[in-house]
Design a protein. Structure first.
Lengths: 292, 263
């Protein structure tokens, strides 16, 4: 507020009324893998701005570059052209400042560490002292409802529990931004739905900005405030769907009429860039899954 | 609960090989007596046992001496192999210079090298055998250390990258723990090689009671059961060393065993 430059921030230019400060700003970003005739354009002309407290899903067919876009935001890879800004600074600076937490499709837990020590890994690296670490990990174990499991080892936990540990680890140092790369992709449908509810509960409490990569339409609609639909070859943003479902999202959300409408909207946005397979049959399947 | 469940499984693991072992001994003893197989070919177990008992004072010294050589060479080889592996995984220059050198060194025929090592250090010294054993064990340890340090899950490296982890901490918190199972696999190989290396090295020189020299001398004077008693002891030495390595592995990296069982 005391910052005089805040008046001319980029969110003002985008014209949205009372839009929260942008946490992630992706401007004219392209990413090409390889050179010469074998080069593959993973992303082409991507523009996206993600405000504070938003939950944005990136969805699209495989090869649309949604994971690459997430990695660009996290500075785990660099754009061929364009600029990625996180918390108002270059993505690299933001990574070095430890501005975000990341959750992968696999939990990537260290087998030689207990659950508690796994959650404390980033805290150790960032030089928190022992008391702080113990306190933080205890809080986080409570947050992901794994109290009493701190002394166990990863192999003693189910897949869903392991992924909760990964989420706790990503939140351990209180990052403003959470990057999630198909975190529930390897889980069965039942566990995935439970994890979605869990994630909503955590998100409502922490108010962290989330960028979430998924290939599941129901998951994207259920979780997000906005769904960014991408198309492949080259990876482009084909449509952005605002999800106006009421907060907090609960199991009932999945049964509301508006939810089905939005699922259909996202589905059709995805379809437009693909072959014309029967849409009605799929919508029925989603409806059945949602009600079952 | 798992501890209770594991206990009975232990005896079912150990019992069959034990029974087979005893069975083979009985069959060996019986058939050799009936068929009248000459003891210079292979003596009966009872003859070997007799030799073991009567020659124990000499054999005991031999086991201790040869064991010390194996252990000394193992310590040198494993230490150098680990250091070389660490350096190689850390610095590209080390990778380019050390690996070809180490590969070359590992192809030196031990039989040819043993007399030269004796030339260097003299007959009575343990050093020729320690050098030989170190040379034999260095390579598998280095190769496995490199593999363990570099064969890290890409997502785990990305995770460390997302925390902007300094390279030293990536090494300490990710690469080294990741390398330990590979390193222990190498240790198992190195431990068995060390006893073989020490005994073979002794064929070219060493004190009279050392196992290698003892086997050579006893065979030369047709005391085959004595020679076999020494061979049996060399085997026992190797087995004990191997079991010690396995036990150490279970203490240091207990997670690996659980991971194997879960898989």
């Amino acid at each position: 507020m005391a910052n005089p430059s805040s008046a001319s921030s980029s969110t003002a230019e985008s014209g949205g009324p009372a839009v929260a400060r942008a946490v992630v700003e992706v401007a004219k970003v392209s990413k090409t893998f390889g050179t010469g005739p074998g080069a593959v354009t993973a992303l082409d002309g991507i523009d996206v701005s993600i405000g504070e407290g938003e939950f944005v899903s990136l969805i699209g067919p495989s090869g649309c570059g949604k994971s690459t876009l997430l990695r660009l935001i996290g500075d785990l890879t660099s754009p061929t052209s364009g600029i990625v800004t996180v918390n108002g600074k270059p993505a690299r600076r933001a990574r070095l400042d430890r501005d975000y937490g990341m959750v992968f499709q696999a939990p990537v837990l260290m087998d030689w560490r207990t659950i508690q020590a796994n959650i404390e890994l980033p805290l150790e690296i960032m030089g928190y002292d022992r008391d702080d670490r113990t306190k933080r990990s205890a809080d986080l174990l409570r947050l992901v409802e794994l109290e009493g499991f701190g002394g166990r080892h990863p192999w003693q936990l189910s897949g869903g529990m392991q992924q909760r540990v990964a989420i706790a680890r990503a939140l351990a140092f209180d990052p403003k931004l959470l990057l999630m790369d198909e975190p529930f992709g390897a889980l069965d449908e039942m566990t995935r739905e439970r994890m979605n509810l869990e994630l909503m509960r955590i998100w409502n409490r922490t108010k962290t900005t989330v960028v979430f990569v998924t290939h599941s339409i129901p998951e994207a609609v259920f979780l997000s405030t906005r769904v960014v639909v991408m198309s492949a070859r080259p990876g482009r943003i084909s449509r952005v769907v605002d999800v106006d479902l009421p907060q907090p999202r609960t199991a009932d959300t999945r049964e509301s009429e508006r939810y089905f409408e939005l699922v259909t909207t996202v589905r059709e946005a995805l379809r437009r860039h693909e072959s014309d397979a029967p849409i009605a049959a799929d919508a029925d399947r989603i409806r059945a899954e949602g009600l079952g | 609960m798992t501890e209770v469940a594991r206990a009975p499984r232990r005896s079912t693991e150990w019992l069959p090989p034990l029974l087979v072992f005893v069975g083979v001994l009985v069959l060996w003893e019986g058939s050799f007596t009936v068929l009248g197989v000459q003891s210079f070919l292979i003596p009966r177990p009872s003859l070997i046992w007799g030799a073991l008992v009567s020659e124990w004072p000499t054999l005991q010294r031999g086991v201790l001496y040869t064991g010390a050589e194996a252990l000394g060479g193992l310590a040198v080889g494993v230490t150098l192999g680990s250091i070389a592996g660490l350096a190689t995984a850390r610095w590209a220059t080390a990778r380019q210079t050390l690996v070809p050198l180490a590969t070359g060194a590992s192809t030196i025929p031990i039989i040819a090298f043993a007399p030269i090592a004796i030339n260097w250090f003299g007959f009575e010294s343990m050093l020729p055998r320690i050098t030989i054993v170190a040379l034999m064990t260095f390579f598998p340890v280095m190769v496995n250390t490199i593999r363990g340090l570099t064969n890290v899950e890409p997502a785990a490296l990305e995770l460390m990258g997302s925390y902007a982890t300094p390279p030293g901490q990536v090494l300490w918190k990710l690469r080294i723990p990741n390398a330990l199972p590979y390193w222990f696999t190498a240790l198992r190989i190195a431990v068995t090689l060390s006893v073989i290396g020490a005994v073979v090295g002794e064929f070219f020189g060493g004190p009279l009671y050392s196992l290698g020299i003892y086997v050579t001398n006893q065979t030369g004077s047709f005391k085959y059961p004595n020679a076999w008693a020494a061979i049996v002891l060399a085997c026992v030495l190797g087995i004990v060393a191997y079991l010690a390595a396995v036990a150490l592995e279970r203490i240091v990296i207990p997670w690996q065993r659980h991971r194997d069982e879960a898989a």
